[in-house]
Design a protein around this ligand. Structure first.
Ligand code: SAM
Ligand code: MG
Length: 310
């Protein structure tokens, strides 16, 4: 109860500074990108226990100049067995899933002219779920009819995802691979929709990552990215509360300095030829324990963008 009260207090004290703007008229300031690049490398995370631990073998055997951040990958490899434990470290993703799927269904049905009330609106469309983990998002997308490719840099995640998907004939069609977005770009793969939810804050270089996501998106296709805002409110809730008070996530899961503001995300996507059409926040209500879609993008947010014609 005390924690719930604290969370409510924090939400009130740290009012959102930025609100959702539902149009394509985002005007990011180019200086954000410069600041972002110098900050990410000069303000590198110092406090993560994983960062100071002796270096174990790589969590991924993929190499080449890439989006991979080994410290981040090791954190996910360490808890790979728990992907489908609804009470485990991925509980927040499980609980948030219906809300983010509602946003995805609504934006992508509009984008592709599909009926959002139909059971399998994504029939005939090819989606890639980048950084799919255990398949929490890939599986419902497959159930909604999409032909899904799920990729993740952690081999163990792919094994867990495949095992779980094989439990159901519909999800067993998901094509899982231990690879990266940039490797798929090299293979000249293209998808109608490219999704990377809660991944960009864990990659080595978000601007390069967005370029790969864009290259994977067919002309006229859609790109969806969700992440956490680099706001004080996110520091208080997504790190202090979630990791240190409520223990929803292992300590050190997130580095505040690796978060992007919505303006920065819009800018790097714009530079990668993705025009953000809509943004929404995901807001947690500590009283009901539920997430909902909101105009408040001060902590968790999602961006839906379209690929400009080439
Ligand atoms: C927080 S989880 C999100 C999982 C999934 N997208 C979801 O929202 O349910 C982040 C995932 O991204 C993966 N990942 C991190 N960096 C990656 C990269 N550069 N390329 C591919 N996967 C990556 C991690 O292994 C982890 O499974
Ligand atoms: Mg994250």
């Amino acid at each position: 109860m005390v924690s719930k009260h604290l969370l409510t207090r924090l939400r009130t004290l740290t009012r959102p500074a930025i609100h959702c703007r539902r149009s394509s008229n985002f005007c990011p300031n180019p200086k954000f990108l410069h600041e972002l690049q110098s900050r990410r490398y000069s303000d590198a995370p110092q406090s993560s226990p994983a960062a100071s631990a002796p270096t174990p073998p790589p969590a991924s055997n993929l190499n080449s100049k890439s989006s991979l951040n080994e410290i981040e990958l090791r954190k996910f490899a360490a808890i790979a067995d728990t992907w489908w434990d609804a009470e485990g470290p991925f509980k927040p993703l499980h609980v948030m899933n219906p809300t983010r799927l509602a946003f995805i269904r609504s934006t992508l049905c509009r984008h592709f002219g599909k009926d959002p009330h139909c059971a399998r609106p994504f029939e005939g469309l090819k989606f890639v779920d980048v950084g799919c983990g255990g398949g929490i998002l890939s599986e419902p997308l497959a159930r909604m009819g999409a032909t899904v490719t799920g990729i993740d840099a952690v081999e163990k995640n792919m094994k867990i995802a495949q095992l779980h998907a094989d439990l159901d004939p519909i999800t067993s069609s998901i094509d899982y691979h231990c690879t990266t977005a940039e490797k798929l770009v090299e293979e000249q793969r293209k998808f109608d929709a490219v999704l990377a939810l809660e991944v960009i804050e864990h990659v080595a270089d978000p601007a390069e990552f967005c370029k790969s996501l864009s290259a994977l998106t067919s002309s006229g296709g859609a790109t969806l990215i969700s992440t956490i805002n680099r706001s004080m409110r996110a520091y208080a809730t997504a790190i202090i509360m979630a990791e240190y008070v409520l223990h929803w996530l292992p300590r050190g899961t997130h580095q505040w300095s690796s978060f992007l503001t919505p303006e920065e995300l819009v800018l790097i996507l714009q530079r990668a030829s993705i025009s953000v059409q809509e943004m929404a926040g995901f807001v947690y209500d500590p009283l009901t324990g539920r997430w909902s879609i909101s105009d408040d993008i001060s902590v968790n947010f999602i961006a839906y963008g379209t690929k400009s014609s080439e």
